[in-house]
Design a protein around this ligand. Structure first.
Ligand code: NAP
Length: 325
């Protein structure tokens, strides 16, 4: 992405959240190979260092910085720390996520908010809003903000049909403050798998609202992608051990939706860096049954995720919860 290099000397800089494993790690590796400097925004610094080394990233191609997306204070501190490096920001990848399918009671952020929604959505919502300023200030002509989506956000797709399905309701839980006893966006009973899916719908609503509010005035490209079913990432570490064995096999041999971590990482890097993906407001997919040679296409998102009124309400209530005025 030559046009993004400044004065021919400084590399373009990308921040990738959750770059210590899975899709984020391989996206970091692929971006470093394309000549980017990758700020690996991670909660466990030694783990991130080992991960970077394990995939052969050269020391000058990355910087590891602390962020805990499950804590709003930590997100704010990260932004300050990033600014102190003096780097300009050319791209931001919101990738980190937790999936806790087996817990019976909600975990909580320091603010008291349910932790899956906080980590996957609210933390990233705050980060996007704060770092919009940094993206605006970058002298590069091509700046991008990419948020990871997933097929399970969308009950219209085969991969999204398995219950429980996401349902943000009218954000009654957000409106009521999202603290105990409330744990779900719609204020209803805690369901950990649904909390994950709800958070991923919020991710896509955030991307679409960012596009609607800021694309024209800033020229920044906002997009999301479903990189394929990366069934052997540690995302499923909190599932039954038997599920962790069967799921990759099932995706490889039955649905054909399986993609490797390397390929998923390459897809993220392409959406961040390649000219063909400079399309704001798009949700990109390679389909759920396509193999390596599969081509990407812009896919329609779920009815909830394409509901502009829902997007606005998500925005206003999330802004309140994260303390943005
Ligand atoms: P993963 O291997 O579990 O990676 C998740 C990353 O997020 C890890 O680096 C993890 O850090 C980090 N993280 C978790 N909580 C954090 C926190 N509070 N603060 C900072 N970082 C935190 O999962 P993955 O499969 O690569 O998933 C990455 C993204 O791809 C997610 O957004 C997911 O929804 C999306 N996605 C995955 C699939 C799939 O099939 N796997 C499919 C579609 C979309 P630690 O290393 O410290 O745990």
């Amino acid at each position: 992405m030559e046009h993004n290099f400044k004065m021919g000397t400084q590399k373009s800089t990308v921040v990738v959240t959750g770059a210590s494993s899975g899709v984020g790690l391989y996206a970091a590796k692929a971006l470093a190979q394309r000549g980017w400097h990758v700020v690996m925004a991670c909660r466990d610094l030694p783990k991130a260092e080992n991960a970077a080394k394990s995939v052969g990233m050269t020391p000058d191609s990355y910087t590891i910085m602390k962020i805990d997306l499950g804590s709003l204070d930590s997100v704010r501190q990260f932004v300050q720390d990033f600014r102190a490096t003096g780097r300009s920001l050319d791209a931001l990848v919101c990738n980190a996520a937790i999936y806790m399918p087996l817990i019976k009671e909600p975990l909580r952020s320091p603010e008291g908010y349910e932790l899956t929604m906080t980590t996957n959505h609210l933390g990233h919502f705050l980060l996007c809003n704060l770092m919009l300023e940094d993206l605006k200030n970058s002298p590069a002509s091509d700046r991008r903000l990419v948020i990871l989506g997933t097929v399970t956000h969308n009950p219209d797709e085969l991969g999204g049909k398995i219950p429980p399905q996401p349902d943000l309701g009218n954000f009654e839980g957000f409106e009521a403050g999202f603290k105990p006893p409330i744990s779900m966006a719609n204020g209803k009973k805690f369901e950990p798998v649904k909390a994950y899916k709800d958070s991923k719908v919020c991710n896509i609503l955030t991307m679409r609202e960012l596009h609607r509010r800021y694309h024209e005035s800033t020229g920044i490209t906002f997009s999301s992608l479903y990189p394929g079913c990366v069934a052997d990432t540690p995302l499923f570490r909190n599932h039954y051990p038997l599920f962790q064995k069967i799921f990759p096999w099932f995706q490889k041999n039955i649905t054909g939706g399986y993609v490797s971590q390397e390929l998923a990482g390459d897809r993220v890097a392409a959406v961040v860096a390649d000219p063909e993906y400079r399309q704001s407001g798009a949700y990109l997919s390679w389909g759920n049954r396509q193999k390596k040679e599969g081509k990407s296409f812009v896919q329609r998102v779920s009815p909830q995720a394409r509901d502009d009124a829902k997007g606005e309400r998500m925005w206003d209530l999330s802004a309140k919860l994260v303390g943005l005025t």
